[in-house]
Design a protein around this ligand. Structure first.
Ligand code: ADP
Ligand code: MG
Length: 293
C-alpha cells in the first residue's frame, strides 16, 4: 500500500467512525474470513439493569440487595454496576465491604457486616460447592432461557436470593451480522456467559456459531485455536477480558467505550456504537486496497 492510499483509507475510516492504529490494519482486514464478536458490551449495549430480585427461604429482597450491592460496589463489571444501581434505588446507604475480591468471569466476593458474601454465576456457585435450593435453580434456569443473567447471592455459604440482570441486544446487531454473512464471512459469538443465555442471543442476531462459558483467560486461546485451524480471525470486543484475544487475532477491533487494555490491544478502534461499523471496517479495507493496486 502506498502512503497516499493509506492516508485516504485513514481519512475515509475517520468519517465512518473507524480509527486505524497502524499501517498493517487495513491489509489484515482484507484477509479476514471469520469475525468473532464478544457478547456483553459489543453485541449488547452493556447497559444492564436489574429486572428482578427473588429472595430465597427466609430472606427478604431488601436483604439480598443490601448484601449484593455492598459487594458489587467493589467490582468494575457492567453486571456489578447494575446491581449497585438496583440496590441504591431501594436504599440510601450500602454497608462497607472488606476483603473484596473480583472473580473474573464469575462474580465477586467480600465480607459485609461480618458475613462472607459471594455474588455471581451458577458456575461460581458450583465451583464453591454452594448448594442451590430448588427455587433458586428454577430462577436461574428461567433467566438463562430468556437470555438474561442470573446473579446468585450467598451469605455465609447459604443462598439468599437470585437477582436477574438484563442487557439489551443492540438494534444494529442483526443487520451487522447479516452484512458480514453476505460478505462470505463466518460469524462467531464468544462469551463468558452461560450456554443457554448465549444461544438465545446468538439466535436473535443470526450468528453461525456460539462459543459460551469461555473464561477471560481462555478467550485468547479460542482465537489461537481458530487461527491454528487455518482461519483468519477478526475479533471485536470491549472488555478488560478481551485484551489478550484482541491482540491474538489477525485483526483486533475495540469498541471505543471499551477498557484501556482493549483499546491498547486493538488494530482498529470503532467509535460508532452501531455494530454495522464492523462490516464497514472490513469493506473499507477491501475498497482501499483495491484502489491501491
Ligand atoms: P462476557 O464475556 O459476556 O463479556 P464475562 O466473562 O465478563 O462476560 O462474565 C461471564 C459471566 O460471569 C457473566 O455472564 C456473569 O454470570 C458472571 N459475572 C462476571 N462478573 C460478575 C460480577 N461482578 N457479578 C455478577 N456476575 C458476574
Ligand atoms: Mg464485553
Amino acid at each position: 500500500a502506498t502512503p497516499t492510499a493509506l492516508m485516504a483509507g485513514v481519512g475515509r475510516g475517520a468519517q465512518l467512525g473507524i480509527l486505524i492504529k497502524g499501517p498493517d490494519a487495513l491489509e489484515a482486514s482484507r484477509r479476514v474470513d471469520t469475525v468473532v464478536l464478544d457478547k456483553t458490551g459489543t453485541v449488547t449495549t452493556g447497559r444492564m439493569t436489574v429486572t428482578g430480585c427473588h429472595p430465597v427461604a427466609a430472606r427478604t429482597a431488601g436483604e439480598v440487595l443490601w448484601f449484593a450491592g455492598a459487594v458489587e460496589a467493589g467490582s468494575e463489571h457492567a453486571i456489578a454496576a447494575a446491581v449497585v444501581a438496583g440496590a441504591r434505588a431501594e436504599m440510601a446507604e450500602l454497608p462497607e465491604v472488606t476483603a473484596f475480591q473480583a472473580l473474573p468471569g464469575l462474580g465477586a466476593q467480600g465480607e459485609v457486616d461480618g458475613r462472607e458474601v459471594v455474588v455471581g454465576s451458577a458456575r461460581l456457585f458450583a465451583e464453591r460447592a454452594i448448594e442451590l435450593p430448588a427455587e433458586a435453580t428454577a430462577r436461574v434456569d428461567a433467566a438463562h432461557a430468556e437470555g438474561a443473567v442470573p446473579v446468585l447471592v450467598a451469605v455465609d455459604r447459604e443462598v439468599a436470593g437470585v437477582m436477574v440482570v438484563r442487557d439489551v441486544v443492540k438494534p444494529s446487531a442483526r443487520a451487522a451480522v447479516t452484512a458480514l454473512r453476505e460478505m462470505g464471512l463466518r460469524t462467531v459469538l464468544l462469551t463468558g456467559d452461560h450456554e443457554t443465555a448465549a444461544r438465545a442471543v446468538g439466535a436473535e442476531i443470526g450468528v453461525d456459531e456460539v462459543r459460551a462459558g469461555v473464561l477471560p483467560a481462555e478467550k485468547a486461546r479460542e482465537i489461537e485455536a481458530m487461527r491454528a485451524a487455518g482461519a483468519r480471525v477478526a475479533m471485536v470486543g470491549d472488555g478488560v477480558n478481551d485484551g489478550p484475544a484482541l491482540a491474538t487475532a489477525d485483526l483486533g477491533m475495540a469498541m471505543a467505550h471499551g477498557s484501556d487494555i482493549a483499546l491498547r490491544s486493538a488494530d482498529l478502534v470503532l467509535v460508532r456504537e452501531d455494530l454495522r461499523v464492523v462490516p464497514d471496517a472490513i469493506r473499507l479495507a477491501t475498497g482501499t486496497l483495491r484502489v491501491i493496486r
